[in-house]
Design a protein around this ligand. Structure first.
Ligand code: ZN
Length: 475
C-alpha cells in the first residue's frame, strides 16, 4: 500500500502517516516515541511506534506541531465550513482548498450530529488535526462548535480548543409572537420595562437606517414591538455568552437566528445586529434565516430572484455592522452560490457538511454494491425515525425500487433528489445501527470501503465541493 509522502521532523524524531489494512496510523521514529500511545515495531531499518489516530495522540501532536492547532479566522474574507461526519474527509477537503484564499473550518459539528454519530468534540477536532498533519497543511484552519445552545456546551467546546462558537439562539427566540393577535402583542409589550421600551422607540422609530445603494431599514411601531418581543431574550443570551466565554477565550463568534419558523426580516436582522453591537458584542458572522427552503442534500427551493433581493439586504446589514453573513445548510444549494459570491463581494461564511456522506455512499455504491444495497434498504426502513430530527420533503414513491436497479446503476440514487434526502438524513442511524449481538451493522464496513478506496473518495469530494467553490466565483 502506498504511504503518505509527507514526513514531519522534530529534532531527531520522524513522523509519518502510514496506511495499514485497518486504517491510517501514525508512525513515530526516534526519541519522541514514548510520548505516544501505540505499539513498537521493529524492522531492519530500526524501530518505530505505530500509533492510532486517536484524540489523545492528536493532543500530543498539537503540542509538538503548532500548525495543527485550529486558529481564529480573523483577517480572512471567505470562510467555508466543511463538516466531516465520518472524520475521514478533511484530507480531501484540504487538497481542494489549499490553493485558494478560503479559510476552512475543518472541524464543525453540532451537538445533534455529535449525538447522531456517537462522536465527541474531541473526536471531531482530532480528525481535523490528523488531516492537517497528514497533508502538511500550514495555512491555518478553524474549529466550530456548531449550533451550541447552552453555557455548558460553549464552555466544553472552548475547553477542547474550538476557535469558533456558533450560538444557536432558537430556544430564546419567541416563535409564537409573529402570528399573535395585536391585542396580545400589545399586552406583552406593555409588560416590558417602560425605560427599555421608550429607549427602543427613540432608537428605532421615525428613523431610516441607510444601507447604501439607496436601501434603508425602517421600523413601524408594530414591527418594533414584535421584533423586540421575539428577539430580546435571544440578544440577552448572546450578550451573556459572549462576555462570559467567547471574549475571554478570544474565539470567533457567530450568532445563529436561522432556526425560526419564518424568514428573518431585514428589520429583525438589523435590530439584532444593532443591539448586539451597541452592547459591545463583536460578531464574526451572523446567520439569518433566508427566504425559501434550505433542505438537506438538495438545491435551494424557492424563487432565486426573490432570494437575491432578500439576500442583498441581509448582506448589506452584515457589511454595515462589520461581520460576514453566514449561510447554513449550504451543501448542494448550487443555484444561490453565484448570488452569495457576488453580493458579498467575496466576504461570507458558508456551512456545508452533509455532502461528505452522500459522496461516501457514491463510492460504496460503486465499489461494494452489496453493502450499498443493505444501507439503502435500512435507510428507507428507518426514514420515519430520521424525520424526527430533520425537515425534508422527499417522496419515497419517487425512489426506484432497489430490486429494479442493477449494480452498475446504484450510483444513480445519489443523483436523484428524493433518494439523496432519504440517504442524507438517515446517516446517523446507519452509522449507529447494531446487529442482534451488539456489533455495528455497517460502520466498520463503511470505513473499510472508504479506506480502501480513499483516492476515489477524495476525488468525489473534490468534484462535489469544487462545484460549490466554482459557483461562488461566478459573479
Ligand atoms: Zn443553522
Amino acid at each position: 500500500m502506498n504511504e503518505s509522502t509527507i514526513t514531519h521532523k522534530r529534532g531527531e524524531s520522524i513522523y509519518r502517516i502510514k496506511r495499514t489494512e485497518s486504517g491510517n496510523m501514525l508512525a513515530v521514529y526516534g526519541p519522541d516515541k514514548p510520548m505516544f500511545d501505540g505499539e513498537e515495531h521493529t524492522t531492519p531499518e530500526g524501530t518505530y511506534k505505530l500509533c492510532p489516530l486517536s484524540a489523545p495522540n492528536s493532543k500530543i501532536i498539537r503540542k509538538l506541531f503548532d500548525f495543527t492547532n485550529p486558529i481564529s479566522s480573523k483577517g480572512h474574507d471567505a470562510t467555508f465550513g466543511l463538516g466531516d461526519r465520518l472524520g475521514i474527509a478533511s484530507a480531501g477537503h484540504i487538497r481542494l482548498i489549499r490553493d485558494t484564499d478560503i479559510f476552512p473550518i475543518l472541524a464543525q459539528q453540532s451537538i445533534r450530529e455529535l449525538n447522531l454519530t456517537n462522536r465527541t468534540f474531541d473526536d471531531v477536532l482530532a480528525a481535523a488535526v490528523w488531516a492537517v498533519f497528514r497533508e502538511g497543511y500550514t495555512k491555518g484552519y478553524g474549529a466550530d462548535g456548531d449550533h451550541l445552545k447552552t453555557h455548558d456546551e460553549v464552555r466544553h467546546a472552548l475547553d477542547c480548543g474550538y476557535t469558533m462558537i456558533t450560538l444557536d439562539c432558537s430556544e430564546q427566540i419567541r416563535n409564537d409572537i409573529p402570528s399573535m393577535p395585536q391585542s396580545e402583542v400589545d399586552a406583552h409589550y406593555a409588560a416590558l420595562a417602560t425605560t427599555m421600551t421608550s429607549t427602543l422607540e427613540s432608537r428605532y422609530l421615525g428613523k431610516s437606517f441607510p444601507l447604501g445603494d439607496g436601501m434603508a431599514v425602517e421600523f413601524s411601531a408594530d414591527e418594533l414591538k414584535r421584533i423586540a418581543l421575539v428577539y430580546l431574550n435571544a440578544i440577552d443570551h448572546a450578550v451573556q455568552v459572549y462576555f462570559d466565554f467567547i471574549k475571554p477565550a478570544g474565539a470567533d463568534f457567530e450568532v445563529s437566528i436561522d432556526e425560526t419558523l419564518q424568514a428573518t426580516s431585514p428589520q429583525a436582522h438589523y435590530f439584532v445586529a444593532s443591539e448586539l453591537s451597541r452592547q459591545g458584542v463583536v460578531m464574526m458572522s451572523l446567520a439569518p434565516r433566508f427566504i425559501g427552503e434550505f433542505q438537506k442534500g438538495i438545491d435551494y427551493l424557492g424563487d432565486v430572484s426573490v432570494f437575491e433581493r432578500d439576500f442583498l439586504v441581509h448582506a448589506k446589514i452584515a457589511e454595515e455592522f462589520g461581520y460576514r453573513i453566514s449561510v447554513h445548510s449550504a451543501s448542494d444549494k448550487f443555484s444561490i452560490y453565484p448570488i452569495v459570491g457576488k453580493l458579498t463581494g467575496g466576504r461570507y461564511h458558508i456551512k456545508t457538511a452533509g455532502t461528505n456522506w452522500l459522496e461516501a455512499l457514491r463510492v460504496i455504491a460503486e465499489q461494494t454494491p452489496c453493502l450499498y444495497r443493505e444501507i439503502h434498504a435500512f435507510a428507507l426502513l428507518n426514514l420515519h425515525e430520521a424525520k424526527r430530527y430533520y425537515h425534508t420533503t422527499e417522496n419515497v414513491i419517487n425512489i426506484a425500487d432497489l430490486d429494479s436497479v442493477s449494480d452498475a446503476h446504484l450510483h444513480d440514487y445519489l443523483d436523484q433528489e428524493d433518494a439523496r434526502q432519504a440517504l442524507h438524513i438517515t446517516f446517523g442511524l446507519v452509522l449507529s445501527a447494531k446487529s442482534e449481538d451488539g456489533t455495528p451493522l455497517f460502520r466498520e464496513k463503511i470505513y473499510q470501503t472508504l479506506h480502501k478506496h480513499e483516492a476515489m473518495y477524495f476525488t468525489a469530494l473534490q468534484r462535489h465541493i469544487g462545484k460549490h467553490l466554482n459557483l461562488l466565483k461566478q459573479a
